[in-house]
Design a protein around this ligand. Structure first.
Ligand code: GLC
Length: 478
């Protein structure tokens, strides 16, 4: 099969979150399973490193309709890990200074990209069996395919899959945008319109042959108004074509035996390097010395749905349990201010680094004893799997992919990989942290066994890549 995987970001070229990890590692896993895989990305000239550009070559250009205008699109290409990458270039849209998204014209930028992807498929005669489009930025791809391409020469029988990584970001704009900017005729209003707006994600849910999301539990949760940010009403009518596969992680990229970003290497067999990692981490963030306190790591965007209201509520008690807390992240001012304040209140127990520094994130995964993810909702979550790989025990709320990947240690038996709590409630979170610290202090042998078990757990893409292939085959009638 030939699979065209389209994303607005992918490792190692451009990343703002977990989507980039998935788009960087799933195609590689599909290729390893013997499938032909092509990835298409915007050419973010200011983000892609010069050293990477040396391997990316210009191949062609064409013009793309954006409403009534025709916009230039350059095509660049490279190969990596058995996967072909196409980058679509237009400096007006993608040469921006402040990150990948968050501009007033994001809707137009990704309408251009989506239309350009379809032009690429046609002009380059790519003839994929499957197009898998990800998140709202690529949601117009199945829409344009149905509207303008599916009956054209060499464009028939392409099957469309739309994957939701986070239902909160939908691509909602005023209806006036539809014809003028998106180039979508009025008679398509019933597909595009939702709650009096144009809604990219809703349109993709309507027209794609399959809708997938990034964990089985999240696939159920998004049928519920508490999680769905309004889209439950449309999704409930599409349950017959909706499912969820748990993401994996790239086990080569996240490997404590070979990771150049961490101060000492270690493995499930020989964990002594982890002690060094802990020591060095504490020195680096200014919490060195003292007793053998458990270290809780937190690496996250500081936004509400990651559960920081619970952390705020129970913070003093967590410190009271004897923990040191190392936080890395940036986001909403209320949380940044809170963590700055906590650092001043507990200068030898709490450190806060405001920003996103991938190398420090790795040092936290490797140097902490526990990793806290009290998310209100979490489509999949990758950090809990990465922490496990680095011998750090996750403490998570049982939601979405966190629920699918981390069973509780102790409930009903000792077979789980971490500590979980059910209700979105600060005391319940504190209870899970307390159970973790008690085991850490009181039974070093059991704690060590739990760490080893986590390091050995398999969250590679092998399983999920097969599930995607199964779905693609079903669509192709194979
Ligand atoms: C989004 C979700 C996260 C998921 C990632 C990759 O960032 O919020 O839970 O792990 O996408 O699918």
């Amino acid at each position: 099969m030939k699979i065209l995987y389209v994303s607005s970001e992918a490792q190692p070229f451009a990343a703002s979150g977990g989507l980039a990890d998935v788009a960087g590692s799933l195609p590689k896993a599909l290729a390893e399973e013997g499938q032909e895989c092509i990835v298409v990305l915007p050419y973010y000239v200011n983000t892609i490193k010069e050293s990477q550009k040396e391997n990316i070559r210009y191949v062609d250009n064409f013009y793309v309709s954006v409403g009534w205008r025709a916009q230039y699109c350059g095509v660049f290409q490279t190969e990596l890990n058995g996967v072909t990458y196409y980058f679509l270039d237009n400096e007006y849209y993608f040469k921006r200074d402040f990150g990948l998204y968050g501009y007033y014209d994001d809707g137009e930028r990704f309408a251009f990209f989506s239309r350009a992807v379809m032009e690429l498929v046609q002009k380059f005669n790519l003839r994929p069996d499957i197009i898998n489009a990800n998140d709202w930025q690529c949601a117009l791809i199945p829409v344009y395919y149905n509207l303008y391409y599916r009956n054209q020469y060499n464009m028939q029988n392409i099957h469309t899959v739309f994957t939701i990584h986070n239902i909160q970001y939908q691509g909602r704009y005023g209806l006036e945008m539809m014809e003028e900017i998106l180039g979508i005729p009025k008679y398509y209003t019933s597909v595009m319109e939702y709650d009096h707006d144009v809604n990219f994600m809703k349109a993709a849910i309507e027209v794609s042959e399959k809708v997938t999301t990034v964990s089985p539990t999240y696939a159920q949760e998004i049928m519920d108004p508490w999680f769905a940010h309004g889209l439950d009403r449309i999704l409930k009518t599409k349950t017959y074509k909706t499912c969820g596969f748990l993401n994996g992680i790239d086990q080569d990229m996240y490997n404590p035996e070979s990771d150049a970003d961490i101060p000492a290497k270690f493995s499930a067999k020989n964990k002594s390097g982890k002690k060094t990692c802990k020591q060095k981490l504490l020195e680096e963030v200014g919490l060195g010395g003292g007793d053998d306190a458990p270290v809780i790591g937190l690496v996250s965007r500081l936004v509400e749905h990651k559960g920081f209201d619970l952390v705020k509520c129970a913070f003093d008690e967590m410190v009271g349990l004897g923990c040191k807390i190392v936080i890395l992240g940036s986001g909403e001012a209320q949380y940044e201010n809170f963590f700055h304040e906590m650092h001043y209140r507990y200068p030898d127990k709490v450190s806060f680094t405001c920003g996103y520094i991938p190398a420090l994130a790795k040092k936290i995964y490797a140097g902490a004893d526990m990793f806290l993810m009290p998310s209100k909702s979490e489509p999949c979550g990758l950090a809990q799997m990465i922490s496990l790989r680095y011998g750090t025990v996750p403490i998570v709320r049982a939601t979405g992919g966190l629920k699918d990947s981390i069973r509780d240690y102790g409930e009903p038996d000792d077979s789980g990989l971490g500590f979980t709590f059910q209700s979105y409630n600060a005391l319940d979170m504190l209870g899970a942290v307390r159970r973790a610290t008690e085991l850490y202090y009181n039974d070093k042998r059991k704690w060590g066994a739990l760490v080893t078990k986590g390091m050995k757990a398999d969250f590679s893409w092998n399983r999920s890549a097969k599930l995607y292939i199964g779905l693609y085959k079903e669509l192709c009638g194979q």
